[in-house]
Each structure stands twice: as structure tokens, then as C-alpha cells.
Design a protein around this ligand. Structure first.
Ligand code: APR
Length: 237
């Protein structure tokens, strides 16, 4: 891999990076989508039909954050951002806060954040660290029943796409970590980075759906392969 230390790097992470911190992935045999149906908890229609069920699903996920700690993969990415001379943009599909807690700062939560709420009526956002319910009243417009998790559901548009695709077009290295490659637009990032001339690397427990699109694939648990890969990059500095 030819890379100058002034080159920019874009990193995409998915649920696999948080697995060793004790948080469920989605599509593994013990993942969230093996236990509940997407159409019952993760679509705008589900929230209209049965908001209490949707709140129950995200409340349980939010409560689990308290027991989870960043693992060596999150920590290695924070170290990379701190020590790499060029730009490092971390884009995560995860709605947990483990990257922030590990020290990452230049971070886009393209699927939103569990620790934020949004009002479906007036669209304002707020920090939120407790259970959510249909009884909650909006801090801004005062209406009841519209408080929802600030997460991107199936059928909704992920956040900050323009900034992400701009960074993918300009980066020299794109690294995808712990994602199955089944969900777009994230699954298309490797193609966008390759078209811009970037070297592309997959770090995942097993080959993802898009593994053949990457220049290089390293398979193993994120807590092991990510620190090793970051050490390889920082050896160039
Ligand atoms: N280390 C590295 N990778 C792992 C580990 C681990 N310890 N454990 C599991 N994985 C890999 C799995 O092999 C799988 O390829 O992580 C991937 C997780 O895939 P998904 O469960 O599909 O999660 P993700 O790709 O993040 O899902 C994308 O789908 O449902 C939506 O909004 C949700 O953001 C999520 C999106």
C-alpha cells in the first residue's frame, strides 16, 4: 500500500467493531434482527403504528450502553486520528457512543445516535440519556407523543451524505471495519473510494457481502486486527 503521511483516510465502522464491547450486531445469528423484525421496530411506519414497541427496542439498547466499554479497536482508531498527520474521517453506522468514549473526534454518525432524541413534530434535536416514551413532551414545541430516537430508520435518508462522499472522493485510503456490507449507502462507499483512486481495505470477522470489491481483506476479530492495522499505518509516521 503506497500512502504518504499527508494523505487522508476515511474509515467506515459497523456493528462488528462494538461486538467485543458486548453490544449486539444485527445480522449475525445472535444479532438483533434474529430477535425482532425490522418492520416492527426500525421503520417510520413502525413508529406510527406502535411507538411504544419502537421505544422499548431502543430503550433496551440505550440501557446496555452503560455496561459497554470501548475495546482496543475503538481505541486504536482514536490513536490513529490523534497521530496520523493527514486527515482521518471516521464514519460509523453505529448508534452507540463507543467511538467518542475512546477519544475519536472527527466522527459522523450516519445512522444517528442513541443518546439523542428528535421531535417528530418540530424536528429539533436534543441530548437524551434515559428511557423514551409516548408520554414525553417536546422540550421545544411542547407537544406530546412526537419524541423519537434520533436514529435513521429503514426508508429514511442517512445523515451527512454529501460530506461523506466528498471525503471518499478525496481519500487515499478507505478502510471498512465490522460491517456486513448489506446496507446501502454504506455498502457503496468502497466503490466510491475506489473510483477516486483510493486503496481499499476490509477488516471484518469474515468476508462481507462486498469483500471482492476491496484491494485487501484482513479477517479476524476487530479487537485484534484493527490495532495491528493501525500500528502498520502509524509505523509510516
Ligand atoms: N470483529 C469484527 N467483525 C465482526 C465481529 C468482530 N468481533 N463480530 C461480528 N463481526 C462482523 C460480522 O461478521 C458482520 O459481517 O460484523 C458484521 C456485522 O454486520 P451487521 O450485523 O449487518 O451490522 P452492520 O453492517 O453494521 O449493519 C448495518 O444495518 O440494520 C442496520 O442500521 C443498522 O447500522 C446498521 C446497518
Amino acid at each position: 500500500m503506497k500512502l504518504a503521511t499527508s494523505d487522508s483516510i476515511v474509515i467506515l465502522t459497523g456493528a462488528g467493531i462494538s461486538k467485543e464491547s458486548g453490544l449486539d450486531t444485527f445480522r449475525d445469528t445472535d444479532g438483533a434482527w434474529a430477535k425482532v423484525r425490522i418492520e416492527d421496530v426500525a421503520t417510520p411506519e413502525a413508529f406510527l403504528r406502535n411507538p411504544a414497541r419502537v421505544h422499548e427496542f431502543y430503550n433496551a439498547r440505550r440501557r446496555r450502553l452503560g455496561d459497554a466499554r470501548p475495546n482496543p479497536a475503538h481505541e486504536a482508531l482514536a490513536k490513529l486520528e490523534a497521530e496520523w498527520p493527514g486527515e482521518v474521517l471516521l464514519v460509523t453506522q453505529n448508534i452507540d457512543d463507543l467511538h467518542e468514549r475512546a477519544g475519536s473526534r472527527t466522527l459522523i454518525h450516519m445512522h444517528g445516535e442513541l443518546l439523542k432524541a428528535r421531535c417528530a413534530f418540530c424536528h429539533t434535536e436534543s441530548a437524551w440519556d434515559r428511557d423514551m416514551s409516548v408520554q414525553d413532551v417536546c422540550w421545544s414545541c411542547g407537544r406530546r407523543g412526537g419524541i423519537r430516537p434520533h436514529v435513521v430508520w429503514f426508508g429514511e435518508v442517512p445523515l451527512e451524505m454529501e460530506r461523506i462522499f466528498g471525503a471518499l472522493a478525496d481519500c487515499a485510503l478507505f478502510v471498512s471495519i465490522g460491517t456486513s456490507g448489506h446496507v446501502y449507502p454504506a455498502a457503496g462507499f468502497v466503490g466510491a473510494a475506489s473510483s477516486g483512486g483510493a486503496h481499499t481495505v476490509e477488516l471484518n470477522l469474515e468476508p462481507s457481502a462486498g469483500a471482492s470489491l476491496f484491494d485487501e481483506c484482513i479477517h479476524g476479530p476487530a479487537g485484534t486486527v484493527v490495532p495491528e492495522f493501525v500500528a502498520r499505518l502509524l509505523a509510516k509516521v
